[in-house]
Design a protein. Structure first.
Length: 486
């Protein structure tokens, strides 16, 4: 019996080694990502690449998949993720794979691994279920050379930063990213970014920017991003394009017109968006930039001074008044590990839970004192969620072909799949749930919104918009290694 089993296994291995194809997908409804109409065909794959798409492909394959009644499309590309630090937790990347995403771009918002070569080799060793490309982050480049210093870089420091960017590009980075609302990017002037973007441009890189402002000064921030593109002769991608704050709703016509005008003038510029009406970042962004310079000791020392605490309180109150809000109700804690009962609660809610006065000044004062910062330092600063725009604005940007849709997420275990736009619009759907949907279902939300609310367009165009433009701006033609059975 053992001999028979051994012979059978040997014959199967022999057949596999001489198979014409590694994978043969039959009877699929093909949507190829070009925007053309669908058609039925078979797909043959060998050594990770598609080698034939036609009807009734003949030949043996190591594996045959019957895709009858299924759409076969190129794997979707998530152009803006933050997977760093979570790669080991879920190498299968279920939240991306279940959404049809087979390639992710890391290194966004100015944050990345500096040793790109080492990082990509490590990614290869993990055998992650998704392909990974990475930008090199300006904030990490600057910190490596001059820490969190609130000043202009010297010529020697600029040369050192250029060398880091050049090394990253040689090792496989696909461009330079900035996070100009985060320290130390916020201390950086435009000429420094142009210098570094020119280095990325030499290697056909892209400049991806989380701009300085997405609210009251959004048009100035857009103009800076465009100026960097022109000055460095580099394609520009503006991250999470939005207009934050109710006082700015209605300005999307103005901001989108700026992008279209720049494209008509010959600048290669695209925008990206997540299909959510809220965003997530760190609580420290509520504080003035000057407070966050240098190290933690310096920050704590500053906030220990009464005059600084007063200044911070006044700064937060001014921001609330501009937004026409009476409380910090728009800022909701996403994940506070030291006390998870606070998760999903706004700063206004927490203030009341602590038995404090229901006053704007009281809420602002608690964000800018030494004790609050010490707590953050001890247990880790919690991310928070804030509402910023309407579904109507999101749909307007979806109609624009130069808009790329992405998750802004990391690698997570399977959880809340099948999030729909109705859930977002429901009064029962709490803002806290949006954090979970950042990781699960973003492409489903986009697809459903696209089909139901943008009836003048079709599914073929949707597939095109989450595959072709992204590969184009990153200068790569070989990203579609995996496919997606929808």
């Amino acid at each position: 019996m053992k001999k028979i089993i051994t012979i059978t296994i040997s014959l199967l291995l022999l057949k596999s080694s001489f198979a014409q194809y590694d994978l043969l997908i039959r009877n699929g409804k093909i949507i190829d990502g070009t925007g053309n109409s669908w058609y039925y065909a078979d797909i043959a794959v060998k050594e990770g690449k598609i080698i034939s798409i036609k009807k009734n492909i003949t030949g043996d394959a190591s594996k045959v998949v019957d895709a009858k009644r299924l759409i076969v499309a190129p794997g979707f590309i998530d152009v803006h993720t933050h997977i760093e630090g979570d790669e080991l937790k879920t190498p299968t990347a279920n939240n991306f794979i279940y959404d049809g995403v087979t390639t992710v771009i890391a290194g966004n918002c100015g944050a990345s691994n500096l040793d790109i070569g080492k990082y990509l080799r490590w990614i290869d060793s993990l055998k992650l279920s998704v392909n990974v490309a990475s930008l090199v982050g300006h904030n990490d480049v600057r910190k490596a050379v001059m820490g969190r210093a609130n000043r202009d870089a010297t010529e020697a420091e600029l040369v050192a930063m250029e060398a880091l960017v050049e090394q990253a590009m040689k090792e496989g980075a696909v461009g330079l990213s900035t996070g100009l609302i985060y320290i130390p990017g916020t201390y950086t002037k435009t000429p420094e970014i142009i210098r570094l973007a020119k280095v990325a441009a030499k290697y056909n890189g892209v400049y991806a920017s989380h701009m300085r402002d997405e609210g009251d000064s959004v048009t100035q921030a857009i103009e800076e991003a465009l100026a960097i593109g022109r000055g460095a002769n580099i394609p520009v991608q503006i991250s999470h394009f939005k207009v934050s704050g109710q006082q700015n709703w209605g300005r999307s016509n103005q901001t989108l017109t700026m992008i279209l005008a720049a494209r008509n003038a010959g600048l290669d510029v695209t925008i990206d968006q997540y299909p959510y009406t809220a965003s997530s970042t760190s609580l420290s962004t509520l504080l003035p930039d000057d407070i966050l310079a240098d190290g933690q000791d310096s920050i704590v020392a500053r906030l220990g001074r009464p005059e600084v605490q007063k200044m911070v309180t006044e700064h937060i109150i001014r921001r609330l008044k501009v937004r026409k809000l009476k409380h910090l109700s728009y800022a909701v804690v996403a994940n506070y590990k030291a006390d998870t009962t606070l998760n999903g609660k706004s700063i206004e809610d927490i203030n009341l839970l602590k038995g404090r006065k229901h006053k704007m000044k009281e809420e602002a004062k608690r964000r800018g004192n030494k004790k609050a910062l010490a707590e953050l330092e001890a247990v880790g600063e919690p991310p928070f969620v804030k509402s910023f725009q309407q579904w109507g604005i999101l749909r307007k940007w979806q109609r624009n072909f130069n808009t790329l849709t992405y998750s802004d997420a990391t690698v997570k275990h399977p959880g809340l799949f099948g999030v729909t736009k109705q859930m977002f619009q429901s009064e029962d759907y709490k803002l806290m749930d949006i954090i979970h949907s950042f990781y699960h279902g973003f492409k489903l939300i986009y697809t459903q919104s696209f089909i139901e609310e943008l009836a003048e367009r079709n599914f073929m165009e949707m597939v095109k918009e989450i595959t072709i433009p992204i590969t184009f701006i990153h200068g790569r033609k070989d990203f579609h290694v995996h496919g997606s059975l929808v």
